[in-house]
Design a protein around this ligand. Structure first.
Ligand code: TXA
Ligand code: MG
Length: 347
């Protein structure tokens, strides 16, 4: 479905709800957000309560334009301005020193703030109409798969979120790339569809990956973005073998692969998500939801390629995987796993 603008009357109602301290859901080009007036502590507290999110885990403030940055951030360095100018509106979040007026609830008590200008036309309409910052995490319960369709938000929150602005399917489907600009050299804290090379083409000093001493990124908890069904990552070579092993007792198994199956098996649900990183990423959460509902005992995901185009997908998959199943299983490990149950650690 093409993402279009919504009638202004609908935006006006959502803006009124925000002004009344309500929590609403709205589309962005990455995933749907659960938004609250970033200047209203009670509304922000509702977001944490609805998500079941620990209060130490900071939210992103969404603004309509880089012009509004100074209200939220202090001492914005040149490299941050350069990134903002190049990638906003778009799937980039910048972590900056927070302005004194920022509610500490948003920042989880840290002295930094995450800010982003989303590009989705409905998000833009909403932000312009509201005229101030909207604090919004992804519109899912804590630790679960992020929503990429309005119906996902309704399924997850029902009547608890009265307003869900429907902007169609999210174009990108994976959360924004987060870059910390609080040190001398900017650093990627969460990979997204903007790759390290794209960032470096604008600011050559950007570093990839997080290391010790970096600001906390609670989305980097080991278990995150997870379906309810246990998920394991399996090498392509052993996929059919693991499927066979998992279905010997006629229990269902679900598979997310980049190719069709080589062997038929009536106890499996198989999704071929193809080999294009952008399309695979766009559909990842929808596919995980579908497989989660298939009645399978476990979800097996074919290991995706290395390289930066796949980095965000790899990151989300490894967090969705049950911690003990992150390693791609080779036949020996699979056999071991069968012997030892789930008790295999990983480095
Ligand atoms: O694409 C996105 O970024 C979506 C849409 C709705 O904008 N939002 C999103 O929000 O993914 P959330 O809350 O699910 O993830 C935000 C991430 C969390 O991992 C949080 O820890 C990190 O941003 N974050 C927020 N403030 C931060 C800060 N001051 N320093 C470091 N990380 C921060
Ligand atoms: Mg999230």
């Amino acid at each position: 479905m093409v993402t279009a603008r919504l009638p202004q009357a609908e935006i006006d109602l959502a803006v009124m709800a925000l002004r009344d301290g309500e929590v609403i859901a709205f589309p962005t080009e990455t995933v749907y957000g659960l938004g609250a007036d970033a200047q209203n502590s009670e509304a922000i507290a509702k977001v944490f309560a609805l998500k079941g999110r620990p209060t130490g885990h900071p939210l992103i403030v969404h603004i309509d334009h880089a012009r509004s940055l100074e209200r939220w951030a202090l001492a914005v360095p040149t490299h941050a301005h350069e990134l903002a100018e190049h990638f906003w509106p778009g799937p980039l979040t910048l972590v900056l020193k927070r302005a004194p007026a920022v509610d500490p609830l948003i920042t989880g008590g840290q002295d930094t703030i995450a800010v982003r200008v989303p590009g989705h036309p409905v998000a833009q309409q909403l932000l312009r109409g509201f005229g101030s910052g909207i604090a919004a995490p992804s519109a899912n319960r804590y630790g679960h798969v992020s929503p990429t369709r309005a119906e996902h938000v309704r399924e997850e929150f029902g009547d608890e979120v009265r307003f869900v602005l429907d902007g169609g399917d999210c174009k990108l489907g994976l959360e924004s790339t987060i870059v910390s600009c609080v040190e001398d050299t900017p650093r990627v804290l969460r990979p997204g569809s903007i790759t390290l090379s794209q960032l470096r083409a604008v600011v050559p000093t950007v570093r990839g990956g997080a290391d010790a001493g970096s600001p906390r990124v609670p989305g980097s908890d080991v278990k995150h973005y997870a379906p309810r069904t246990p998920l394991s990552i399996v090498t392509s070579k052993t996929l059919e073998e693991v499927v066979a092993q998992s279905t010997v007792d006629h229990e269902r198994v679900a598979v997310l692969a980049m190719r069709p199956p080589r062997l038929a098996n009536k106890f499996m649900t198989w999704i071929n998500a193809g080999r294009r990183a952008d399309l695979y990423g766009r559909d990842l959460y929808v596919n995980l939801r579908t497989l989660d509902k298939s009645g399978a005992r476990e979800i097996l995901v074919e290991e995706v390629p290395g390289g930066e185009l796949w980095e965000a997908v790899r990151d989300r998959l490894s967090r969705a995987a049950s911690a003990e199943n992150v390693v791609a299983m080779d036949p020996d490990i699979a056999a071991l796993r069968a012997d030892m149950g789930e008790d295999i650690g990983y480095p």
